[in-house]
Design a protein around this ligand. Structure first.
Ligand code: NAP
Length: 368
């Protein structure tokens, strides 16, 4: 059998960590060597104690790892050795924590795939503005490739370090990207509305994530300048005044639905939109175009059709009366909005078929 890629996960108790475990325990080319937590009560415990759905799927046990904690020196050194012996490490920790870990583990030479926001932005000023702190290692920003294969496939193949996009950013970028290919649109402006499920906020409890408070909501929560806009502006090459967004927390667990509104100076027809979307995504393994004129299930992107999979469905329609064009996307925030990009990138970095394991993730329609 060919050499298995040895991998580990830092931050395996959270939702991204769980999603990584779900994908990697069945990845045919991966041997999962370690999965960490800072929680002493879980040290040495089987993964399925924290993630009961993984019972019978892996015998891996949690390793204790908390770099900032001097009293855990032996445990930390053990994990640092495991990282050094591995081919790739996935970081599934909050933004801020990730950069501090990268600073320390970089010297070990292992490839890093970071799911946090710490290395997504190339511009440290944008990081300061959106994350309200100085970047702890701005000199490393240029070493990371933005982990969205649809835009950066060739760079990802050669990358040692990848920073995966946010879930809302992935949805906004993939919906808006084809528009950048339409000449007649010029310097268009776009207004996004983005609806997100509760798992986007991670496993930590808060009043707003409490079941009684969260169930059934359609709650605007980030009216302007959401952090993910910084990534959209960077990736679509747009000035701040040309792209804005409002986020809504809605009553789903997994899923993002995004719609972008554009009022072009000159009419843009469906034919041009079809051409732009096909040229952007015609060969993409995880992008499906839904743009049927007849309304009804399946005509346009809807998280219900992608949940549990690595697909991002994109689509569009033209509102001739007021000269509006709308672009849409839907994805599963923990897969194509997170771990899906991470594993797709890993497959590329190690010369595997890009869809390995991810292609098996068929959308689960009657779910939730
Ligand atoms: N949720 C999503 O839909 C989504 C989508 C795209 C990207 N992401 C990114 O994925 C990362 C993880 O998000 P999540 O939703 O999985 O959050 P989460 O559920 O809150 O999990 C965070 C994980 O990080 C660990 N952790 C927390 N603070 C830490 C620290 N200071 N140092 C080391 N480990 C720490 C926690 O583990 P212990 O307490 O057990 O140590 C936990 O395993 C974030 O950077 C987020 O931006 C999330």
């Amino acid at each position: 059998m060919a050499h298995l890629i040895e991998a580990g996960i830092i931050g395996a108790t959270g939702y991204t960590g769980l999603s990584l475990l779900e994908v990697l325990v069945r990845h045919p080319n991966i041997e999962l060597k370690f999965a960490t937590t800072r929680r002493g009560d879980l040290a040495g415990e089987y993964i399925y104690r924290e993630h009961p759905n993984l019972l019978g799927l892996t015998e891996l046990q949690f390793s204790l790892f908390d770099l900032g904690n001097e009293s855990l020196k032996d445990a930390n050194d053990r994990v640092l050795r495991l990282i050094g012996d591995s081919d790739v490490v996935f970081l599934a920790v909050p933004s801020g924590a990730s950069a501090n870990i990268v600073k320390e583990i970089r010297r070990l030479g292992t490839r890093i795939i970071d799911t946090s926001a710490d290395f997504r932005l190339k511009d440290p000023d944008a990081y300061r503005r959106f994350y309200e702190r100085e970047h702890p290692c701005p000199e490393l920003l240029k070493e990371f490739v933005y982990g969205l294969p649809e835009l950066h496939r060739e760079d990802i193949r050669k990358a040692k370090y990848v920073a995966c996009p946010g879930c809302n950013s992935t949805a906004m970028i993939l919906a808006g990207y084809p528009l950048t290919k339409i000449q007649g649109l010029g310097n268009f402006r776009i207004v996004y509305d983005v609806m997100t499920g509760s798992s986007e906020a991670g496993a930590e409890l808060s009043r707003s994530s409490h079941h009684a408070e969260r169930t059934g909501v359609v709650r605007p929560y980030s009216l302007k300048e959401h952090r993910h806009l910084a990534e959209v502006r960077q990736e679509l090459g747009m000035e701040p005044s040309r792209v804005c967004a409002t986020m809504f927390a809605v009553g789903m667990v997994r899923g993002v639905e995004c719609i972008g509104h554009v009022f072009p100076d000159q009419p843009i027809g469906e034919k041009e939109l079809w051409r732009a979307f096909r040229s952007a995504y015609g060969e993409e393994p995880f992008i499906r175009i839904r743009a049927r004129k007849v309304p009804g299930p399946g005509s346009l992107p809807d998280p219900k059709f992608v949940r549990g999979s690595n697909y991002c469905d994109v689509g569009f329609f033209v509102d001739e009366v007021c000269g509006r064009i709308c672009v849409l996307s839907a994805l599963d925030n923990l897969l194509k909005g997170d771990v899906g990009n991470a594993v797709q990138s890993m497959n590329l970095m190690f010369g595997l078929d890009e869809g390995t394991r991810l292609r098996d993730l068929v959308p689960s329609y009657l779910y939730e």
